[in-house]
Ligand binder design. Structure first.
Ligand SMILES: Nc1nc2c(ncn2[C@@H]2O[C@H](COP(=O)(O)OP(=O)(O)O)[C@@H](O)[C@H]2O)c(=O)[nH]1
Ligand SMILES: [Mg+2]
Length: 370
């Protein structure tokens, strides 16, 4: 009996000692952690204001709720295009009662509604014509009209693609006016290519503002990709030359070239872009050269004017539309595709690295009209 008691006493004693030691160790660990500076705090402290954080800042609740990790890209795309959808589809829905005769007056009202949603006149005409051809004079429902609109939108947005080129090594000249999102898009593109296991090199050829170089550097550091840069005011052609040399040497797969967008000085910009293109093209044996224009969806129809202006300066092989999140002017995507027949390569729906994806005509048509 006394042996059992002694054994129980010893067991309790040993357990108490182990528990106490574990508690002391845990307290020590916590104190130690607090004394170490958190690594995340150091890097954002050096971030210039234009550069978006990799993860949403807690001070920005809208950004934090915009992209919880469990939400799929499709759901986020749909949420981003919700305001555009309201401008297009909800306003059309309001024109219909349960069963409505699709007469000329109703078709005119539909045209007006679609046109006002930043699609442009030709797109409005195409969409309405599709409905006219299939349903004019018939008693119809909004559901039937919606289906036709979605199919026609998908047709307008679909473009013969040259995506195969992008499977090989390539360099992309990113052009566009100031503030549309070029530098941010380069960061997001870098993330896209990294996810595809491609080796990326960034080239800071917007040497006009020091902040632009810094902004690209922040992206390069965050994503762990190489950056070739010179000082502010340096010749952009020289930066591109060095970047292409570096890309050859380091066996990069994709070179993303940032440029200045001073459309106000057209002659200078044209000379600069032509020179950059020529230098980048010297490496065409290894890197196919693409030129993509970045457009800000919130500028609506003005985006089309920007494409026209740049087409006078340089050939364009692709379009990226950014800031589709929270704008009612997403209908401009339809106008861009209809007018220029240049493939939309990617769309951006936010400022984070993961907020860009290859353009999918059917997904966009479904988000607008589905
Ligand atoms: N909401 C939103 N903001 C964006 C998007 N892309 C870029 N931006 C923001 O647009 C602003 C201008 O971007 P920046 O890349 O500096 O434009 P750049 O002058 O053309 O290089 C920055 O505040 C970016 O964070 C996007 O897809 N959605
Ligand atoms: Mg920039």
């Amino acid at each position: 009996m006394s042996v059992t008691l002694l054994a129980t006493f010893l067991a309790i004693l040993i357990f108490t000692i182990i528990a106490t030691l574990a508690l002391i160790a845990a307290i020590n660990r916590t104190q130690h952690d607090h004394s170490k500076p958190a690594p995340e705090i150091e890097s954002p402290a050096t971030v210039p204001p234009l550069a978006p954080p990799e993860t949403p800042r807690s001070a920005s609740p809208s950004a934090a709720t915009a992209a919880p990790p469990t939400v799929s890209w499709g759901e986020r795309l749909q949420a981003s295009l919700q305001t555009t959808r309201t401008a297009l589809l909800d306003n059309i829905a309001a024109l219909f009662t349960e069963q409505t005769k699709l007469d000329a007056a109703l078709l005119d009202s539909m045209h007006e509604t679609i046109y006002r949603a930043d699609t442009g006149n030709k797109v409005a005409a195409s969409l309405v014509n599709a409905c006219r051809q299939q349903l004019q004079g018939e008693e119809t429902s909004f559901a039937a009209v919606k289906k036709i609109l979605q199919n026609e939108a998908a047709r307008l947005l679909s473009m013969p693609t040259t995506e195969a080129r992008l499977d090989k090594k390539h360099a992309v000249l990113i052009v566009g006016v100031n503030g549309v999102g070029k530098t941010t898009t380069i960061g997001k593109l870098a993330q896209h290519y990294l996810d595809d296991n491609r080796k990326v090199l960034l080239c800071a050829a917007d040497t006009f503002r020091a902040a632009a170089i810094d902004q690209l550097q922040v992206w390069a550091e965050r994503l762990g990709v190489e950056l070739v840069k010179h000082r502010q005011g340096a010749d952009p052609g020289a930066v591109v030359f060095d970047a292409m040399q570096a890309a050859r040497k380091r066996d990069s797969d994709v070179v993303l070239i940032d440029t200045a967008g001073r459309l106000s000085n057209k002659d200078n910009l044209m000379a600069e872009l032509q020179k950059i293109k020529k230098i980048a093209n010297k490496n065409h044996d290894l890197f196919a050269l693409e030129t993509w224009i970045v457009l800000d969806a919130t500028t609506g129809q003005n985006a089309l004017q920007q494409v026209k202006a740049f087409l006078e300066l340089v050939q364009i092989s692709g379009i990226i539309v950014t800031k589709l999140d929270g704008t009612a002017k997403g209908g401009v995507l339809l106008g861009i595709c209809e007018q220029f027949k240049i493939p939309v390569r990617f769309i951006g729906i936010g400022e984070k690295a993961t907020d860009l994806r290859p353009f999918d005509a059917h997904a966009v048509a479904a988000s607008m009209f589905g």
